[in-house]
Ligand binder design. Sequence first.
Ligand code: SF4
Ligand code: SF4
Length: 561
Amino acid sequence: MPNIIIDAKTLEFKKGQTIIEAAQDNGIEIPHFCWHPKLSVSGNCRICLVEVEQMPKLVIACSTIASEGMVVHTKSEKVIAAQNAVMEFLLINHPLDCPICDEAGECKLQDYAYKYSLGESRFVEEKVQKDKRIKLGPNVMFDGERCISCSRCIRFCDEIAKDPELTFVQRGDHVTIRTYPGQEMDNPYSMNTIDICPVGALTSTDFRFKARVWDMSSNKSVCVGCSRGCNTDIWVRNNEILRQTTRYNEKVNSFWMCDHGRLETFKHVNAESRVHYPQIRKDGELVEVGWDEAFSEAVSHLKTFPKDQIAVVGSPFATCEDNFITAKFAKSVLSTGNLDFIRHTNPEFADDILRNEDVTPNTKGAVLSGLVPSQAGLDINGIIKAIKDQKIKALYLIEDDLVQCFPELESSIAKLELLIVHTSNYNSSTNYADIVFPASTYAEKHGTFLNGFGVLQRIRPAVATAELDRALDGMNMSRLDKFGTKFDSWAAGKKNEARPTWKILVSISKALGYKMKYNMAEEVFSDMASSIIELKGIDYDEISESGVQLKVEDNKTVNAG
Ligand code: SF4
Ligand code: SF4
């Protein structure tokens, strides 16, 4: 590999790399606004100026190709003077409205003003005033005064979303961004421009003015909107999710996620339709009861059905751990092989960027976890037919809505002698349930999802439930670190009683006389790792932030993106 010398350090670089790429690969920061590793080079912000020996003038590191033996200085007097000048220039017309700007606290311009500017301006004239509230599209607002004309948003729409919608208009200090005439910025990935805008010029219409970033905590998670499983951060204040943003993972989603995933996939966690307590039907109405009463009600009913009259429907929205225990519960505890789950696909949702037609996070994981009928058992089609024919009389439904998926089944569901439902929110199926258990959402539990490309990824709780509160009681700090969740936003007060599906099933199994010794999701996972060949040798704590690639059969419903 060729060598370059940056700030007196000899470093290797890949042929064809620019100075900024060579520096970044070796952990050296060169400031940049307009450069982005996944976009074409525009070279217009000039903050990445560096000094190269033998070159007469400073050069921009984002477009200068590194070469063997090149000697680069990123902190010389000349470079610092240039950085100061660029910052002074960029701030001349900047409104400095950080106290009311959503970007404050995570703003490159703000950070660089501390790091690379002199902290004063010689400009005493009136600043240029521009439009401050332009709706570029349904999800993105534009503030012309904050824009530093880096063109990242334009290049994103052109090159990544493949939907040219934005352009510069005007010149000089009147230059600004607009959509093309008669067009909106409404591509399915438009909100990524908010992430890559280095200032607060582009903000989310959904999140605008909801919270200061330092008042929220964030935890690493995975989007549940489709089988891509984009990596995310879930941002919470007072135990309420306020936003979900993308997290870099080159194997899965690079720097991006779609607007649907960002906006729609967490709202049910905060929704009024949440089920807060276990419920049993009394005199035709669901009434809240304690866990023990709900368990004994479930047990006394389940005992009365012969195994061929019972079916269990698991879920591609549930974790591998939930589905592994569901399969065990069906086959070993209820002794039924009538076991499957509903596939949710939407070909119209798919594209060749990230979005997949399988609109669930864990179809592959559900199959891998054993959510398949036994040889003599019924699959989902067989279960539906048997419900219609009234041959299945007791249905155990986990984290899905059979009635919504198959409305024609409604009258047959109503005739079931027993319907037990695990769900986070009331739905069309809970209308007919005899017993409802409140199930934790993906944002309230530990577990794993296997995406459509065979990448096994971990989710972690970002929102507290009463169950998590109790689990944390008495834990020491090293245990908390292992737990992997930041607790600064853990709100005081009463919390939802939801529990992970696997945990509910462990309690019912025990009450039915079948011992399952699991107290934590990682214990379920280690049992899976010892019995499922594809998971052999994987340690739960070692599933890295970017996931583990498994060797599993390719999912035909997933596009390459
Ligand atoms: S709106 Fe943001 S991303 Fe777009 S040109 Fe202005 S500063 Fe750059
Ligand atoms: S592409 Fe799929 S996983 Fe990614 S953000 Fe969109 S819905 Fe979520």
